[in-house]
Design a protein around this ligand. Sequence first.
Ligand code: GRF
Length: 221
Amino acid sequence: MSPPSGQRRRVGVLISGRGSNMASLIEAAQDPAFPAEIAVVISNRPGAPGLARAEAVGIATETIDHKVFGDRASFETALGDGLARHGVEFVCLAGFMRIFTDPFAERWVGRMLNIHPSLLPSFKGLHPHRQALGAGVRIHGCTVHFVVPELDAGPIVAQAAVPVLAGDSEDTLAGRVLAEEHRLYPLGLRLVAEGAARLERGRTVYADGAATTLGLRPDAR
Ligand code: GRF
């Protein structure tokens, strides 16, 4: 399925750190058939390693340092201006470590995605792998979801599961989940950018064929 307008959707990726999920989105978008292009990468942390990774492949970057703003709302105004400068229609949070005010999150509802390294609604917030090991779950994973004002609580777009293995540390478990994140986030963005997954009345609604895009059985939801 191609984007409704026949145009590729312009995506802004927000990062705070190394940017490996950002890199997986950039790589997916290098395929001209992918329904989105990465218009800009914005970091709230000066010198975040992901910025150099994006610049190395010719993607526009900006740094909007939250520390130079007096409050959250003025930081978000600058962020909104940065996204507008690049004509951004959809936003992907990729290791972006700031929490939005409700009005900013609401402005982007249905057009902003996040990836969280757990099978939501389990293990929201910080240290999800530590939480998973502590809870003794046997299956862990990652979730792409629409962003809503409440942290890690938005409607789910896509999930992938990994086993928790005997002897796992936070690091080994994080590595196994991260490999799935890199596969899943481009698939989630693809669905949303082409209109095959939409947020309607607080729920994710899928078009026919969305499950197949995700590599699931056709009747999966
Ligand atoms: C990823 O595990 C992501 O799910 C989480 O923070 C980590 C960021 O990694 N929100 P990277 O910057 O994408 O490499």
